[in-house]
Design a binder for this molecule. Structure first.
Ligand code: M6R
Length: 608
C-alpha cells in the first residue's frame, strides 16, 4: 500500500528518496512521485507505473535539492493515473503526500471549492494541501497548519508536507497511520515503513496518534496532540541490506519459502526448554492470564486468518478451550457478544492491517480478559497496542504472498495452545510430545522443500488451466484454503478450497478433465473417508494431485501422488503448507506474473 518517505539532509536528496521508494515497492503501488525544495522553487515529478519510470524522469530533469518528500500510491479514491499520484499541491506552494483515508473528504472538498480552491485529482488526499494552504492564509505557521488538520480531517492519515516558502523544512502529522522518524548525523528522515530508511539509520522514533513534527537537517521538534513539545523514545532497529535483498533467488517469495526452516528455528528459539514451553513467553504476567482463559476470540485477515483456523483445532485439542474466529473486516461491525474470560487473539504479519487494528482498538473498550497478538513486526501498531505479544521472528517478509510468516504464525499459535494447557495444567504428556516434534520440525520442513522437482513436473499442467480445486479435511481444510489463496493471488488462476466431504454437496458438478484437484491426504483417522472423496473425483475424469504420506495407498491414473516426509500429526498442517507454496510459485513462474507484487494487491493493507 501507499508509502511515504521524506528527508532533510545536507546532501543531494533525490536519489536517496527514490532508493527509499524502491525499498517500499514490495508494499504494492501503482504510481510514484516526488517534490523537492530547489533554489528556484519546488521540483514536482509524478509518474504512473513503476518507480523506475520516476527515476528515468529524474535523470532527464535533474532536480536538485536537499529537502524533499516522496510517495508510492496504491489507488483507493480515483484510478491509478499521474494526476492522482502524490505529491499533491495547492497553488504550487504547499505539497503533500498522504497515506490513509479521509472519510469526510466530500464535505471538505465542497467547502474548499467554495473558497475557490481548484481540484486537479479525484483523490481524497489533495484537499489536505488546500487545507494547509488555507491555514497559512489565515496567518498560521506551517507547523500550526499541520496541527490544525486534526480539527478538520476525519479518518486515518500519515502526512508529510513541504511549503515552497520554507525551504529548509518538511513537516509531518500522524493519526492512526504509521509514520516514523529516522535520526542520522546532521540529517533526518521520515517514512511510513522502517525498511524505506533502514539503510540510512538504525535510530527510529515512532510518532504517536495526534503527533506533528517540524524537521530540518539541523534538528527536529515533535508536538503531541495538545501541541505541546515532547520528547519521544528512540528505538534502535538494525535492518541489514541482506534481509531486504533477494540474494541468489529470482523472487523474494522464493527466498522466503526456502528460508522457512531457519525462520521456524528463530520462532522457537528461547520459547521452549526441556520438555515444555517456557513461562511468560507472551510477556510478563502472560502465564497467569492464560490460566484464566475460558474462551478465545481470533481476529485476523487473509493468510493470518487461515493460521487462526488451524489453531482453533489446537486450542480445542491441547488447551481444552473453545474458539470463535472472525474476519477482521467483519468483526467490529457485528456487535460481538463477549463471554466471560475471553482472550482476544489477533494474528498479523505486518501488524498494520487496518481491519485487524480496528478490531483490536474496538476490543480495547470491550470486556475482554486481555489482548494477545502473534505478529512479525515488533514496531508495528498491533504489536505496540496489544497487552501481550509473541513475535514470530521470521525476518522481513517482502513478497506480497505470505509464506514464512504463515508457517511461523502456526508455530507461535501452537506454543500459545501449549502455554494455555500448561497454565491450566492439562495434557502434560501431550505437551512433551509436541515439544519433541517442534524441535524436529525445521529439518522435516527442509526435507519437504526437496519436493520441488516433482512439483515442477505437475506445474505446467496446472498453469494451463483457469480453475483449480483444493481439498483437505479437518485441520487441512484451512491449509487447502491457504493453498487456493496462494495460487489465485500470484498466478491469477481461480482456485477454491473445500473440506473434501463437502464435494458431493455441490462442487462435484465442476469436476471434469479441466478442473485439476489438489488434495492433502496425510495419515489420519479421516484418511479413508478422504480417499473415498477422491475416488468420486477419479470417477468423473478429474485430475488428482495428492500430497500424502507413505501410508496413502492410492492408485492415481490421471495426476500424481507426491509423498511427504512424516512428522507428528498435530504439526502436519505446517508441513503440508510447504508444497502448496512451491506449487503456486512454480505455476506463477510459468505464467510469467509479477510474483512479488501481484496486480491489485498490497503487502500491508492499511485501509479498511
Ligand atoms: O499483515 P497481515 O498478516 O495482517 O495481512 C493479512 C492479509 O492481508 C495477508 O495475509 C494476505 O492475505 C496475504 N497477501 C496472503 O498471502
Amino acid at each position: 500500500m501507499c508509502g511515504i518517505i521524506a528527508a532533510a539532509t545536507d546532501r543531494s536528496v533525490g536519489k536517496l528518496l527514490v532508493q527509499g521508494l524502491h525499498k517500499m515497492e514490495y508494499r504494492g503501488y501503482d504510481s510514484a512521485g516526488i517534490a523537492l525544495h530547489q533554489e528556484d522553487g519546488v521540483a514536482h515529478l509524478r509518474t504512473l507505473g513503476k518507480v523506475n519510470l520516476l527515476e528515468e524522469r529524474m535523470i532527464q530533469e535533474k532536480p536538485k535539492g536537499k529537502v524533499g518528500i516522496a510517495h508510492t500510491r496504491w489507488a483507493t479514491h480515483g484510478e491509478p493515473s499521474e494526476s492522482n499520484a502524490h505529491p499533491h499541491s495547492s497553488k504550487n506552494r504547499v505539497f503533500i503526500v498522504h497515506n490513509g483515508i479521509i472519510e469526510n473528504y466530500l464535505a471538505l472538498k465542497a467547502a474548499l471549492s467554495k473558497k475557490g480552491y481548484l481540484f486537479q485529482s479525484q483523490t481524497d488526499s489533495e484537499l489536505i494541501a488546500h487545507l494547509i494552504d488555507s491555514f497559512l492564509n489565515d496567518g498560521k505557521s506551517m507547523i500550526e497548519g499541520m496541527q490544525a488538520l486534526k480539527t478538520s480531517l476525519e479518518g486515518a492519515y500519515a502526512i508529510a508536507a513541504i511549503d515552497k516558502e520554507d525551504s529548509n523544512y518538511f513537516y509531518l502529522a500522524r493519526n492512526k497511520s504509521p509514520l516514523l522518524l529516522g535520526l542520522g548525523k546532521d540529517e533526518y528522515f521520515a517514512a511510513s515503513d522502517p525498511l524505506a530508511i533502514g539503510e540510512l539509520t538504525n535510530q527510529f522514533i515512532f510518532l504517536e496518534d495526534g503527533d506533528t513534527a517540524a524537521v530540518s537537517a539541523s534538528g527536529l521538534e515533535i508536538f503531541d496532540e495538545n501541541q505541546k513539545a515532547v520528547e519521544r523514545n528512540v528505538t534502535k532497529i538494525d535492518i541489514s541490506a541482506e534481509t531486504t535483498s533477494k540474494g541468489n533467488y529470482k523472487h523474494f517469495m522464493e527466498k522466503e519459502i526456502y528460508e522457512q526452516p531457519q525462520a521456524i528455528r528463530n520462532t522457537l528459539d528461547g520459547r521452549i526448554g526441556g520438555e515444555d514451553v517456557l513461562e511468560n513467553i507472551f510477556g510478563e504476567g502472560s502465564s497467569k492470564l492464560l490460566a484464566e482463559v475460558k474462551r478465545i476470540q481470533i481476529v485476523a485477515a487473509g493468510t493470518s486468518l487461515h493460521a487462526g483456523r488451524v489453531a482453533a483445532n489446537w486450542f480445542s485439542a491441547i488447551s481444552q478451550v473453545p474458539t470463535q474466529i472472525d474476519f477482521a473486516s467483519e468483526y467490529t461491525y457485528k456487535n460481538p457478544y463477549i463471554d466471560e474470560n475471553t482472550l482476544l487473539v489477533t494474528i498479523s504479519q505486518s501488524g498494520e492491517t487496518a481491519d485487524t487494528l480496528t478490531s483490536l482498538r474496538h476490543a480495547k473498550n470491550q470486556s475482554y480478559l486481555g489482548s494477545l497478538t502473534i505478529c512479525n513486526v515488533p514496531t508495528s501498531s498491533i504489536a505496540r497496542e496489544s497487552d501481550f505479544l509473541l513475535l514470530t521472528n521470521a525476518g522481513p517478509e517482502i513478497g506480497v504472498a505470505s509464506t514464512k510468516a504463515f508457517t511461523t504464525q502456526l508455530v507461535a499459535l501452537m506454543m500459545l495452545a501449549m502455554s494455555i494447557a500448561k497454565a491450566k495444567n492439562v495434557n502434560p504428556k501431550l505437551r512433551t510430545r509436541i515439544v519433541t516434534a517442534l524441535r524436529a520440525l525445521p529439518e522435516i520442513v527442509e526435507e519437504s522443500l526437496k519436493l520441488k522437482k516433482e512439483i515442477q513436473e505437475i506445474s505446467p499442467k496446472i498453469a494451463e488451466k483457469d480453475n483449480a480445486l483444493f481439498l483437505g479435511r479437518g485441520m487441512f481444510y484451512p491449509i487447502a484454503k491457504e493453498g487456493a489463496l496462494k495460487l489465485k493471488e500470484i498466478s491469477y488462476i481461480h482456485a477454491e478450497a473445500y473440506p473434501a466431504g463437502e464435494l458431493k454437496h455441490g462442487p462435484l458438478a465442476l469436476i471434469d478433465e479441466n478442473m485439476p484437484v489438489v488434495a492433502l491426504a496425510p495419515e489420519s483417522e479421516l484418511a479413508e473417508k478422504l480417499i473415498s472423496n477422491l475416488e468420486e473425483v477419479k470417477a468423473r475424469s478429474g485430475t488428482l494431485y495428492v500430497f500424502g504420506d507413505a501410508s496413502s495407498n492410492m492408485q492415481i491414473d490421471s495426476g500424481k501422488l507426491m509423498t511427504m516426509p512424516k512428522c507428528d500429526f498435530l504439526l502436519t498442517p505446517i508441513l503440508y503448507t510447504i508444497p502448496l507454496q512451491i506449487l503456486s510459485y512454480e505455476v506463477a513462474l510459468i505464467r510469467g506474473t509479477d510474483i512479488d507484487q501481484p496486480r491489485n494487491l498490497a503487502k500491508s493493507v492499511t485501509v479498511e
